[in-house]
Write a protein that binds this ligand. Structure first.
Ligand SMILES: Nc1ncnc2c1ncn2[C@@H]1O[C@H](COP(=O)(O)OP(=O)(O)OP(=O)(O)O)[C@@H](O)[C@H]1O
Ligand SMILES: [Mg+2]
Length: 312
């Protein structure tokens, strides 16, 4: 069962004559992770700021758990955690004091505040950094603190604006694991990033935006199928790879056959049924096949196909 958490309806926001967000509509379901991708200046941060009630749309609306950002922004704010693309902790506070400061601002009191600060710090792997100055953290630890701050009031929607930029590979993997845990705990996550390979591993769905307009949305596999009617396949064989090449070039719906080391790669325009028939013919024709795979949907390809590369 899926349940919609956020409905964005015909959102528009202009700065002078620049249409930063232009009639954007989408729905996010509870407990899912969504990638928000698009070129620089596409309108991602502007959209996220509106959802976090830090900016107001010119028209349209966003409704979170039945609450409109226009009508009840304070209640929406209680349910949204926004991690902006900039993090500048205040001086003279250590990690726990920093979190405690925000926990107070969110209205947490007494024992509950202490417990929440400790558990959030611990969840984000900050235990051994508790008394470090918040301003002296590495980029990776700073991002963990930033995420911890975003989680203090137990929001149902997390909006993360490029949280992984500048992190080293290990920090990114660890950050990704935290996001998966949060989504497993029922949080909905909207995350913008330019690191597409990373998003395709983490996200259940993606939204592609360019010049303020939503160009595509949905599951990565579904969008990939809708933007192209062929997919890339790879066949690895025992024995001479040229035999496989000669077999494939004369098959229907097979295009652009090329040998890559001990495999043959090709574009295939058929469906699963046709792929099964192709494989059966190959085996009947004497090829000894050890691998026959469709290459996974590629977010970079979706990005390049659905956006036109115009900067705004
Ligand atoms: N406060 C503002 N005043 C004027 N123009 C703005 C303002 N905020 C955003 N814009 C413009 O709106 C457009 C969308 O910007 P936005 O920051 O939302 O893009 P983005 O998709 O987040 O880009 P990036 O990937 O570079 O972060 C840009 O052309 C930007 O210059
Ligand atoms: Mg941005």
């Amino acid at each position: 069962m899926t349940e919609s958490l956020l409905e964005v309806r015909n959102l528009c926001r202009s700065f002078g004559s620049m249409r930063a967000v232009d009639d954007v509509s989408f729905v996010l379901e509870r407990g899912r992770i969504y990638g928000f991708i698009g070129p620089n200046g596409a309108g991602k941060t502007t959209t996220m700021r509106i959802l976090a009630t830090l900016d107001v749309p010119d028209s349209g609306d966003a409704v979170l758990e039945g609450l409109s950002v226009l009508v009840e922004p304070r209640k929406v704010r209680d349910r949204v955690g926004f991690m902006s693309d900039q993090f500048e902790p205040y001086a003279n506070l250590d990690v726990l004091q920093y979190l405690d400061f925000f926990a107070r601002a969110y209205g947490l009191r007494g024992r509950e505040r202490i417990d929440v600060v400790r558990s959030v710090a611990s969840f984000c792997g900050l235990d051994s950094f508790a008394t470090r100055p918040a301003t002296g953290l590495s980029k990776g630890m700073g991002q963990r603190l930033h995420l911890a701050k975003t989680l203090l009031h137990d929001p149902s929607l997390l909006i993360l604006d490029e949280p992984a930029s500048g992190l080293d590979p290990r920090a990114r993997i660890e950050f990704r694991a935290l996001l998966r845990e949060l989504s497993a705990a029922g949080k909905t996550i909207l995350i913008s990033s330019h690191i597409l390979a990373e998003l395709s591993e983490t996200c259940d769905g993606v939204l592609v935006i360019e010049q303020g307009r939503l160009m595509a949305s949905g599951k990565i596999g579904d969008i990939a199928r809708s933007v192209r009617d062929r997919h890339r396949m790879r066949m690895r064989v025992l024995g001479e790879v040229e035999h496989a090449q000669r077999f494939l070039v004369v098959q229907p719906q097979v295009h652009e056959v090329r040998v890559v080391e001990t495999s043959v790669e090709f574009e295939f325009a058929g469906d699963d049924e046709a792929a099964a028939e192709l494989l059966a013919r190959a085996v009947a024709g004497g090829l000894r096949i050890v691998e026959f795979v469709a290459q996974g949907a590629n977010l970079e390809e979706i990005f390049m196909t659905t956006t036109r590369g115009r900067l705004s």
